[in-house]
Design a protein around this ligand. Structure first.
Ligand SMILES: [Fe+2]
Length: 290
């Protein structure tokens, strides 16, 4: 059964989104998910309790826009629901990771991705590794400058936030920041502030498409903020991620590979090699487990 009310409550998008996805250009959109029963504060608090501490990252709310190493805090399981409900009075910043682990939320994530694909004229089968995240943060919270490797659809549910997009200062800076992502625990957090490019003011009912490998950061207004982000991979960011992984392995062998994007034909061969390798690994794992 559909968890989205009729008419369509997900991102109000059309073929223009497909064009933006193709060139990794951010865009804003409207949605009507704020009233969805799975997205009430109580439902989100219960979801946090259900997922447990391993699927929640917590940090202080107020922090600098550039903070390269995440400072996660351990959270007691019993405190999660209360902390999510009382964000307005606390200094907290939570991410509920991989909400698709819970069946109702997996269905919601699938419906959102498939509905968006249909409206944008994209093949839904091409939008893979679908995941969902709920971000809940206190007034004045900051999400430091970072990039994600997935395509993201952010839907603001409560509170207001400013979402800023930037660009890497140079191809060398991009390469260095991406290396840090694949070698360590930066989670995409940037060492230096990107050049600001554009901004979107988000409130309940608005949202944004955030392209992969695109620097962005967020600042809350004076209320607590709750939002849902649904992410997916398609061919372009899957291939870039595969090439970046291979380049990282080559560097460890003392080889200096051409950065992704500098030699597109070579990138295609590398991505094909990694796809073949991933296929072989899957077959081996399947035969091992049976
Ligand atoms: Fe992000």
């Amino acid at each position: 059964m559909s968890t989205l009310q009729q008419p369509w409550a997900g991102p109000q998008v059309d073929a223009a989104l497909a064009a933006d996805i193709a060139v990794r250009r951010p865009r804003g959109f409207d949605h009507r998910l704020a009233g969805h029963p799975l997205m009430s504060i109580d439902a989100i608090a219960e979801l946090g309790q259900e997922l447990g501490p391993d699927s929640i990252s917590a940090e202080d709310a107020v922090k600098p826009l550039v903070t390269a190493e995440p400072a996660f805090r351990e959270l007691a399981a019993e405190a999660i629901a209360d902390r999510i409900r009382s964000l307005a009075a606390a200094d907290s910043w939570f991410t509920l990771l991989n909400i698709e682990q819970e069946r109702a939320y997996r269905e919601l994530v699938d419906e959102l991705v498939e509905g968006v694909a249909e409206r944008a004229g994209l093949d839904p089968a091409g939008l893979r590794r679908r995941m969902g995240f709920v971000f809940a943060s206190s007034p004045g919270s900051v999400t430091p400058a970072h990039f994600d490797i997935e395509h993201s659809l952010l839907m603001q549910l409560r509170g207001r936030r400013r979402l800023s997009f930037g660009r890497f200062g140079s191809p060398e800076v991009r390469e260095r920041e991406i290396n840090r992502y694949w070698t360590g625990s930066s989670f995409g957090r940037l060492e230096s502030m990107p050049e600001p490019v554009s901004e979107l003011e988000l409130g309940p009912g608005s949202g944004a498409y955030i392209p992969p490998y695109t620097p962005h950061w967020l600042s809350n207004g004076e209320e607590a903020s709750y939002s849902l982000t649904v992410t997916f991979f398609e061919r372009s960011n899957e291939d870039e991620s595969r090439v970046q992984v291979l380049n990282e392995r080559l560097r460890r062998l003392g080889i200096t590979p051409k950065p992704y994007g500098a030699a597109p034909a070579r990138d295609r061969s590398k991505a094909a090699l990694m796809r073949w390798y991933a296929g072989m690994r899957r077959r081996e794992e399947t035969s091992r487990s049976h």
